[in-house]
Design a protein around this ligand. Structure first.
Ligand code: ADP
Length: 197
């Protein structure tokens, strides 16, 4: 299956994407992790992205799209994936659709993990204590909450295609995982963990 995880920063999409990818033996593609690796390795992309990320702003579409498409090309034809942090804009969603359709494929389901602002701020401030991330300062956290919630137009893109499922991100991690597994099953996943479909 090809699955997207949406959610505001702090909703737990990275945590849930990692759990689901591990269980199903799907690739976990996190553009945030990929960008942080570029920064750590001092690549050209990393140098261009660092200041933007540290402020909590979005890295320009063309840079993120090129990085993502290169990763997509590395996947085996039958390898399922979970996208975490991509697409974040409608332009990115269109690039994703186009790349998949060239491969004769399409996104199966987009899971939208929801949570209220006060919960998100609490969680992010808590994580900031030991994350070591340069964008976990109170100012950058505020900016990320302001600019990084999935936009209405991005969610509509998948809702209109009948692919969006909302999942409440408030309960404890295993309960959210259960709700996601149920949503995937309702969409045709047979629950058997294996690579690909
Ligand atoms: P969070 O854990 O706050 O949800 P991520 O780890 O997904 O954040 O991303 C960290 C940062 O990387 C973002 O604040 C943004 O600057 C950049 N980034 C990640 N994915 C994208 C994307 N698809 N488009 C633009 N910028 C991105």
């Amino acid at each position: 299956m090809y699955v997207i995880f949406f959610g505001p920063p702090g909703a737990g999409k990275g945590t849930q994407a990692a759990i689901i990818a591990e269980r199903k033996d799907w690739a976990h593609i996190s553009t945030g992790d990929m960008l942080r690796a570029h920064v750590a390795n001092g690549t050209d992309l990393g140098r261009r992205a660092k200041g933007i990320m540290d402020q909590g702003l979005l890295v320009p579409d063309d840079l993120v799209i090129d990085m993502f498409l290169a990763r997509l090309e590395e996947l085996q034809a039958d390898q399922g994936f979970v996208l975490d942090g991509f697409p974040r804009t409608l332009v990115q969603a269109q690039a994703l659709d186009e790349a998949l359709s060239k491969m004769g494929k399409a996104i199966d389901i987009a899971i939208n993990i929801t949570a209220s602002d006060d919960i998100l701020i609490d969680r992010m401030l808590n994580r900031a204590k030991d994350s070591g991330r340069a964008d976990d300062t109170p100012e950058a956290i505020k900016t990320r909450l302001d600019v990084q919630k999935p936009s209405a137009e991005l969610l509509s893109h998948y809702r209109n295609a009948g692919k969006l499922k909302d999942v409440d991100g408030l309960p404890e991690i295993p309960f959210v995982t259960m709700a996601i597994v149920n949503a995937l099953r309702a969409d045709g996943d047979d629950g058997v963990a294996r690579a690909g479909k």
